[in-house]
Design a protein. Structure first.
Lengths: 595, 353
């Protein structure tokens, strides 16, 4: 019998104060963004790991335009034979996702036939196609960067915001138009490799070792850290919290001032990105470089710099070795199939794209909307720029067209919505990872490979009700090797600076902004994810043992537990609970234990 | 009157299977296509038929088995089988037939330049190895039998194995009658085995026909055939003869010749041999050559038992002691794609439901 986790706790007449559930006010393709209703219990919903803080009202535009609209559009146009894309329901401020199935077998085979005509060309010509799309996104980006918002009238700002929303939506349409075919091809290759008897851990290596824009950023971050070390600035970093470092360096002057100039140069190139994917509430590094300084601070705690060239050379060598080893066990007939798949997946390299595109899409296309919202906040005299992020689209349209004033009523509402956001932020660690009817298995490749909803995950969440506390957790072997250390359980990337070198990162899942942490951690464990999720890819690039798709790692592992992570077998063992270790649970240890 | 003894190198291959059963008959077919098989002869199915007729066994057997239907209970089958086997082993063989067999055995010994030369005595029933009923492992085989009396005894036991409880049960389930599968028995030179095993000209697991799969152990192959040892596992690509995999197993059991007992018995594997790789590349190639020659001859995938003689030199062929067509249960149902067709492959692997 299927396990059903009730959705009742999310069914409420009140949602964000001043907004009635029901939704459907934005255009949708197949299914709109909504709050939960009882009927939703029949479907299977997973807590989406991408927005671990929850989303503000303006942030939810991503769910409408990016998540629902763009996945559904791409899935219908490609088409994806068994699915119509993703849809979302809101548990408070937190999005739960679900795949929309195609149920009619006749329609599925019809869609599969259509796919035969769309997929091969797209894969073959991926490089120019993605090149054109990237160029389109960059041109739009340049346009918004060149607009002097301070020179625009309120009405013009309104027009700019509408443009920014269209740009954002278009970028996400591109995102899923590329992602689905690449993922389908990769998943097909993975399936073929598995049937050829190749080990899953081996398969991920065939496509690794290609530089991405995100890795380029990380390399520059480490160069900055090395420069700080060379300039003797380590004591400044060690002596201040991340948010105080900039001021301390500025006060010191001399080499510290020179280093700050270098930091600003870095930010001009790499700082146009948010700390997390697709969240309007997050500042860019340019706006607030605290995450950069915090990251450099922890890099400096390590005795040696991360050797990117060596890591990359090792990844490339490992790739070539893995390919040779794989081919050696295949017959000539099998080699033809394998070589064809490998060439296709290299020409349209999903793991590479999965990291690279974050720089162009996930981490920045929301920024023009953020700038416009902030500018409108300034213009209407809100006092606090973030106020407009707590408005719904119609409200900001009315304000910017002069139909409505930012009066005490609206201000009070924004205040209540901030409280509502904070309330749900507190709830996050205790939210159910899945709700509705848990299936025995899911077949959607995005759900399996990106969200890690494999059989292990489903078993873990289904068994969670039994209350049995597992000492050994199992997940997807995502990056080989064994790492041991103190677990640092993070529910929010804001806590990244708490990580000390040699610790084990335990989280729901990682996003591109978590990447630099991989240079210092001993291992990584994620609730979600598969062999292609961010942590898996970066774990392999950084050679950090990583297990994804564990299901309940953030629940079953406590902050401070001593754990061993076997990225080859996919097992995570709690060696010593925090309570049993001398010193108990250090909230943010200065020194390290174990390791 | 059809002959009671048929020498494998003298019988017309066209008639061999009908006279000597499938197992021995196929061995007669192979030397003309360049495959080495042991020397030897068969006690024909006719010899068995005449023995049964002469000693009233037909009536006795029918009486014992009457009333056993396809839904017979295990206990009933066991009782009937024991009764038939007791009758079969208690009836003396006619002096003329016994003389023919011991005479042929002495001839075989001298062809092998020995006296009381050890032989393999193998059941070879008519209709065994058919595509619908393989009777795999149902009938007896005796390895290392020495001396005329022992050969006669082994032949009678092979006959009796036609009525073991599992053979009777198997026939009842398959709807076959024992009269339709009289038992011929092969008497073959025992190859002095350094290593033996089985080989398939397709993967028995996946049904892929692009490879030869070999399983092997030191000594004789009985422990491998019966599944009582985990053998070394080898896979070889047919197209280029490249060794794809060689998995060395921890081999705990060996079928070895026991000189005191005068036959091949199973014993513990000496520690020095247990983890040692059995076959070198040249030996693997010899087995593969033989398997592919047999597959070419039959025109379909085959399953063979082979032996490498202790005194075999590099370049000499492997010796085939059994060959039969295999039924590929997995072939064709869900074949691997042969070229990279992204849409078809995504539909098969990414969008499976």
């Amino acid at each position: 019998m299927a396990t059903v986790i009730p959705v009742d706790q999310f069914i409420s007449d009140e949602w964000y104060p001043g907004f009635k559930p029901g939704y459907g006010h934005a255009p949708w393709y197949v299914d709109p963004v909504r709050t939960f209703c009882k009927e939703d219990q029949k479907a299977f919903w997973f807590l989406d790991f991408h927005w671990q803080r929850g989303l503000t009202p303006m942030g939810l535009i991503f769910m409408e335009d990016g998540y629902n609209w763009s996945t559904q559009l791409a899935a219908e146009q490609m088409p994806l034979p068994p699915g119509r894309g993703l849809t979302c329901r809101l548990g408070g401020t937190h999005p739960y996702g679900s795949a929309i199935p195609v149920d009619d077998p006749r329609e599925i085979s019809q869609r599969a036939r259509r796919l035969e005509h769309t997929l091969p060309g797209l894969l073959r010509d991926f490089e120019p196609i993605w090149g054109r799309m990237r160029e389109e996104i960059k041109q739009g980006w340049d346009y918004f960067c060149d607009v002097d918002l301070s020179a625009l009238s309120l009405a013009e700002l309104r027009g700019n915001l509408i443009q920014a929303r269209r740009y954002h939506k278009r970028a996400w349409e591109i995102h899923f138009q590329v992602m689905y075919p690449l993922l389908a091809n990769y998943t097909g290759f993975y399936g073929v490799c598995t049937e050829l008897g190749l080990h899953p851990a081996q398969i991920g290596r065939f496509l690794q070792g290609y530089d991405t824009k995100i890795m380029e950023t990380d390399r520059e971050l480490w160069r900055l850290a090395a420069a700080a070390r060379a300039a003797g600035l380590e004591p400044v970093f060690a002596g201040h919290e991340a948010d105080g470092i900039r001021a301390a360096l500025a006060a010191r002057g001399g080499p510290a001032g020179a280093w700050l100039t270098r930091l600003d140069d870095f930010l001009q190139v790499y700082g146009w990105r948010t700390e997390g994917p697709a969240d309007i509430a997050l500042p860019s590094w340019i706006e607030d470089p605290t995450p950069v300084l915090g990251m450099i601070k922890t890099f400096l705690e390590k005795d040696t710099d991360h050797d990117f060239e060596a890591a990359r050379a090792a990844a490339v060598e490992e790739r070539e070795t893995a390919v040779d080893a794989a081919r050696s066990v295949l017959t000539l007939e099998e080699q033809r199939l394998f070589d064809g798949g490998l060439a296709s997946c290299r020409a349209a390299n999903f793991p590479w794209w999965q990291d690279d595109h974050n720089f162009y899409i996930d981490l920045r296309v929301i920024l023009p909307m953020r700038w416009a919202c902030h500018a409108i906040a300034d213009r209407i005299g809100a006092g606090r720029q973030d106020d407009t992020l707590y408005l719904f689209w119609e409200e900001i349209m009315d304000l910017s067209s002069g139909r409505r004033r930012y009066d005490a009523g609206l201000r009070g509402l924004v205040e209540q919505r901030k409280q509502y956001f904070d309330y749900w932020l507190q709830q996050r660690p205790s939210l159910p990872k899945v709700v509705g009817t848990i299936p025995e298995s899911v077949n959607d490749p995005i759900l399996i490979e990106i969200f890690g909803l494999n059989s292990h995950f489903l078993q873990a969440v289904a068994a969670a009700g039994s209350g049995s506390q597992a000492k050994v957790l199992t997940g997807v072997p995502a990056s080989k090797g064994v790492g041991r250390g103190i677990a640092r359980v993070l529910h929010d990337p804001g806590g990244l600076h708490r990580l000390s070198p040699g610790e084990v990162l335990v989280c729901e899942s990682t996003s591109p902004n978590w990447t630099p942490a991989f240079a210092k951690i001993a291992a990584c464990v994620c609730d979600g994810g598969g062999t292609l999720s961010h942590a898996a890819i970066v774990g392999r690039e950084y050679r950090v043992p990583t297990v994804t798709g564990v299901g309940l790692a953030t629940t079953l592992i406590s902050d401070g537990d001593e754990v061993e992570v076997d990225g080859t077998s996919g097992q995570v063992t709690v060696l010593r609970p925090a309570a049993a270790r001398p010193g108990g649970v250090p909230p943010a240890p200065a020194g390290q234990e174990g390791g | 009157m059809p002959a009671a003894i048929a020498w494998l190198d003298a019988i017309d291959p066209q008639r061999a299977i009908r006279a000597c059963g499938a197992k021995m008959g196929r061995l007669a077919e192979l030397p003309p296509v360049g495959v080495r098989v042991p020397q030897g002869f068969a006690v024909t199915a006719d010899a068995y038929r005449r023995h049964c007729a002469k000693t009233d066994l037909d009536e006795v057997i029918d009486a014992a088995l009457i009333g056993l239907g396809s839904d017979a209970e295990a206990a009933g089958i066991e009782t009937a089988a024991q009764a038939v086997q007791a009758e079969l082993t208690s009836r003396e063989m006619g002096a003329d037939l016994a003389g023919l067999i011991t005479g042929a055995y002495e001839e075989l010994s001298s062809r092998c330049l020995g006296i009381n030369f050890p032989v393999a005595v193998r059941s070879s029933a008519i209709g065994e190895d058919s595509p619908t009923a393989s009777f795999a492992g149902i009938f007896d085989t005796y390895l290392g039998v020495c001396g005329g009396d022992q050969v006669l005894e082994a032949v009678r036991r092979c006959w009796a194995s036609l009525f073991s409880a599992r053979a009777v049960a198997y026939r009842l389930r398959a709807g076959l009658h024992h009269r339709d599968m009289p038992m011929a028995v092969g008497v073959l030179e025992l190859i002095n085995a350094q290593a033996s095993g089985v080989a398939f000209s397709a993967s028995p697991v996946t049904g892929k026909t692009d490879r030869v799969v070999i399983e092997t152990n030191w000594g004789w192959g009985e422990a491998v055939v019966a599944g009582r040892v985990t053998p070394d596992h080898v896979e070889v690509g047919k197209a280029d003869g490249r060794i794809l995999r060689y998995q060395v197993a921890a081999k705990k059991v060996i079928s070895a010749f026991d000189y005191a007992a005068g036959r091949v018995v199973e014993s513990d594997m000496p520690a020095q041999l247990a983890d040692r790789r059995v076959l070198d590349d040249e030996q693997i190639a010899a087995v593969v050559d033989a398997v592919l020659a047999i597959e070419r001859y039959y025109g379909y995938p085959v399953d063979v038992e082979w032996v490498l003689d202790k005194y075999r030199r590099a370049g000499e062929p492997a010796c085939i002691v059994q060959a039969r067509p295999v039924t590929l249960t997995n072939a064709g149902t869900n074949p691997m794609p042969t070229t990279w067709d992204p849409a078809a492959i995504a539909t098969k692997y990414a969008f499976k439901r």
